[in-house]
Design a protein around this ligand. Sequence first.
Ligand code: NAD
Ligand code: MG
Length: 392
Amino acid sequence: MTKNISLLGSTGSIGTQTLEVCEKLGIKVSALTANSSTDLLEQQIRKFKPSLAVMGSEEKARDLKVRIADTDTRVSFGTDGLCEAASIESADTVVTAVVGMVGLKPTLAAIEAGKNIALANKETLVAGGSLVMKAAKEKGISIYPVDSEHSAIFQCLQGCHDKKQLKKLILTASGGPFFGKTIEQLRDVTVEQALHHPNWSMGAKITIDSATMMNKGLEIIEARWLFDVPVDNIDVVVHRESVIHSLIEYNDNAVIAELGVPDMKIPIQYALTYPERYPCDVEQLDLTKVGGLTFFEPDYETFKCLRACKKAMKLGGTATAIVNGANEAAVRMFLDGKIQFTDIGDIVYESLDRVKVKPIETLEDVLEADHQSRTAAGMRPQAIRVFNFSVE
Ligand code: NAD
Ligand code: MG
């Protein structure tokens, strides 16, 4: 069980829930990081007394330093600061809860420093899965999934003696707020509508990813790396109630599932206490109240992002970094009101034609693919048209 963590992205949805779990279980916190939420980070520092705190920019770090001058917490900033937090000596586990592939460098730094990883930050594995898994293997560290589907699979796998007997991973998807809608109906979706997830309360980026189903595409890739399973052996089923968090199928067609209320504290806690289990502050599942569970095929036609991720996974190399970079850029543009909802799927799908896919040998290969993909996404006609319009 984890005794001491470094928490990257402590002010977000996963970050704040991780701190609730740590408080309850008496897990110490050595480092906390935030991009821009200085007020919340200050409160967290006063409560958890980490030796290091990291802000996104030098300016924000300067402000924080003044505010917490009466504490023993040192302040740093930027990617170097995140890497410092990731390799801080006193922590045995690094919880990666930042959003986006900015988490890649710090995750590699954490592995290099011999830390186990509790991984929420899926974009890191999507962009640089081959590098991360290779480094983890070389260092002999463990990566514990925090994402609910992957935690469910990890839990189901506890009785598996031989991975060769495993036939399939089945990821469940809530379908998001736009399940059953056509492309035409999705065209005029507003940011507010897209930010309204039926079952989970999460950060803005992943909520949009759930609405486009990019989230499930990212999770297929995440599962491929975490469990070393070919992408063709990973299925997706839409399950509106989010009660079954995912399933595995064995070669005798027995299927094992993990169920529970949709609350991230369960997977966060299991990633920190594995192999032990402890009482957790979440509702108990009452199946009689749930009543029925429903299942549907995903709509790969309407939800292009899902299709793009499968294609990228098959192409290999930098392809998954390319779709991820395009998506990060597209979601930003959508949230800023620069593109329409359906443009996200187009941008992500077309990124594979617009940026050359290359093999991944080094971190630079991933960073370059990500950069090219973001640039290409920003130069699309839709983005330019709306941008020009707004500056006139
Ligand atoms: P969030 O937006 O609520 O929080 C993100 C955190 O990262 C914040 O602390 C923020 O300050 C920090 N951050 C943002 N941009 C940064 C940057 N450029 N540099 C450094 N730090 C930065 O996000 P979240 O919903 O907590 O999600 C975090 C990660 O966990 C994502 O990768 C998401 O896909 C994954 N995840 C989230 C959930 C969930 O329920 N929220 C479930 C599964 C997986
Ligand atoms: Mg998930």
